[in-house]
Design a protein around this ligand. Structure first.
Ligand SMILES: Cc1cc2nc3c(=O)[nH]c(=O)nc-3n(C[C@H](O)[C@H](O)[C@H](O)COP(=O)(O)OP(=O)(O)OC[C@H]3O[C@@H](n4cnc5c(N)ncnc54)[C@H](O)[C@@H]3O)c2cc1C
Length: 496
């Protein structure tokens, strides 16, 4: 059957003359950031390599997407990435997108937290769970006087005895133990839920927040660890909630990154096929067979495979190859969330929106997790005289949100913004994004599970996994996972 294609086919430019050895043929399953980066690293890896990239949606980027509408620029999911890690910036530069990079507006480099019935500034010098400024803690209205003193006491809390370097603990247990329950409930839980949309009683410190775990182990306290970090990297002492100065976006929208990368891959001869892989099989000669209605003939047999689809897909397609591996992959849970983007006339929102956004503690008893003030954070997100706010609902602790109709979600988001930020009147832009099973959950023990997955994958030379489910959900970490998967395939195929 000839595959139905919206994507242009291109044959591998790395095909050499007949006398040269046949290029290694690698299939990459999934064209999210991980799959695109893996394909890129494969074709640029120095060896003759032919890459087929298989993706059911007919577009590159996976969850990353940008919508442009009448002067509004709405990110469907990710709206920025951490520039402190090198992978994102390096890719952006290589693709010639440096001119498009913009940082968070200086006036918006802080988080608001809903506390005591109003939005309050996150304490100055407090980064996710690491305090660095006594005055910032003593002066914060987010905590009671007792809660502030307990947080200041953190430097005297003894470190936990660790049995092994892999010893894990939940974010809730760690934060309550070190900072006190009030600081956990009013600061850490809302700030963390804005990032991981996870259940903090299950979220793994070792997998999600290794930096803070290391501070305790190395410096004895978060206070000491954060101050040591600031001595090494001055300039971050004004963090209020997160290090907003270290996040960047693309002025033209985040989708420019995968789109430009896909264009580059086509230029390099990567073959894009629209379709779904339903199974992968290992052949007696060490090569791999792909079950996919969109492929036929020789195209179904490859020398190596990168599975860059979510783990619940990877588990299904790899069941016949290794049931133990499939079981480990299937055990990684995903949470869903919805983003309701609302655009208002500036005059219709009472709050000045002078921050990157606002997070709402679970103890407030509201359904909203966070509101991101897109037009305050980055230029060009809303037409002149208007503001764009993205409202996040759902997450691991409120899965019921996914069952609401779009109209109910919009009504919920409008109600929350009216009560929390004084947003009145009819929004000029309304957009709902549903992210069902989109965010891998790093539960306690995740790092050990990933180590078991690595050991099982090692039994199958020519097989590699990539994506957000393993070593970090942020875009730079996902890029790193795609690069590592490509390296693994190239090493295996060179050795064979
Ligand atoms: C709502 C939301 C907000 C986020 N915000 C940020 C942020 O601000 N900053 C940040 O750094 N990160 C953010 N992230 C995380 C980051 O965007 C993701 O971790 C990353 O883009 C995931 O890339 P991926 O390639 O691993 O997975 P995906 O993007 O999920 O791609 C997987 C691909 O596999 C394909 N696929 C599925 N089944 C098959 C099959 N059977 N055969 C072939 N292909 C298949 C899918 O169609 C998809 O294209 C956010 C994520 C979400 C969901």
């Amino acid at each position: 059957m000839v595959p139905r294609l919206r994507w242009r086919f291109a044959l591998g430019v790395n095909h050499g003359p007949l006398s040269k050895p046949k290029p290694t043929h690698v299939a990459v399953i999934g064209a999210g950031m991980a799959g695109l980066v893996a394909a890129d690293a494969l074709v640029r890896g120095g060896a003759a390599c032919r890459v087929t990239l298989i993706e059911p949606s007919g577009r590159a980027g996976g969850v990353i997407g940008t919508v442009h509408h009448d002067g509004w620029l709405v990110e469907r999911s990710a709206d920025c990435f951490l520039a402190a890690r090198p992978e994102g910036q390096a890719l952006v530069s290589r693709l010639g997108l440096e001119h498009d990079v913009v940082g968070v507006e200086p006036g918006a480099r802080r988080a608001l937290i809903w506390a005591g019935g109003r939005p309050r500034r996150a304490p100055q010098g407090f980064r996710l769970m690491a305090p660095s400024r006594v005055a910032g803690i003593l002066g914060t209205p987010v905590l009671s006087p007792v809660g502030r003193l307990r947080l200041l006491w953190e430097r005297l809390v003894p470190s936990r005895r660790v049995g092994s370097p892999d010893d894990d603990e939940s974010l809730e247990s760690f934060a309550v133990r070190r900072l006190g329950r009030e600081a956990f409930e009013r600061l850490v839980q809302p700030l963390a839920s804005g990032i991981w949309t996870a259940d903090p009683s299950r979220l793994s410190m070792a997998a999600a927040c290794p930096e803070f775990l290391a501070m305790e182990r190395e410096w004895g306290s978060l206070w000491a660890g954060e101050r040591a970090r600031l001595r090494r990297q001055p300039g971050g002492a004004d963090a209020a909630g997160a290090r907003y100065g270290q996040f960047v976006t693309l002025a033209s929208g985040m989708e420019s990154l995968p789109r430009r990368l896909a264009e580059e891959l086509r230029r390099l001869g990567v073959r894009f096929v629209e379709g779904r892989v339903t199974g992968v099989g290992k052949m007696p000669d060490g090569r791999w067979h792909l079950d996919a209605a969109c492929l036929e003939g020789d195209a179904t047999t490859v020398d190596a495979v990168v599975v860059a689809a979510p783990t619940y897909v990877a588990a299904t397609v790899l069941r016949g190859v290794d049931p133990d591996l499939a079981a480990e992959l299937a055990a990684i849970e995903y949470a869903g969330s919805c983003i309701v983007s609302l655009g208002y006339a500036r005059d219709d929102v009472f709050h000045p929106l002078d921050a990157a956004g606002m997070v709402v503690p679970r103890t407030a008893g509201r359904r909203i997790l966070a509101a991101s003030f897109s037009s305050s954070k980055f230029p060009g997100r809303a037409p002149e005289g208007c503001v764009l706010i993205r409202v996040f609902v759902g997450g691991a602790l409120d899965p019921g949100v996914m069952r609401l109709e779009d109209g109910e979600l919009v009504a919920l988001a409008r109600r929350e913004l009216a009560e929390l930020l004084g947003a009145r009147g009819k929004p000029r832009l309304v957009r709902v994004e549903r992210w069902d099973h989109a965010i891998p959950q790093y539960h306690v023990g995740h790092s050990a599970r990933v180590a078991r997955i690595d050991a099982l994958v090692d039994l199958h030379p020519g097989l590699a996994l990539a994506g957000a489910a393993y070593r970090g959900v942020g875009i730079p970490q996902v890029i790193a996972s795609g690069q590592a998967a490509a390296k693994r395939c190239l090493t295996a195929t060179r050795a064979s």
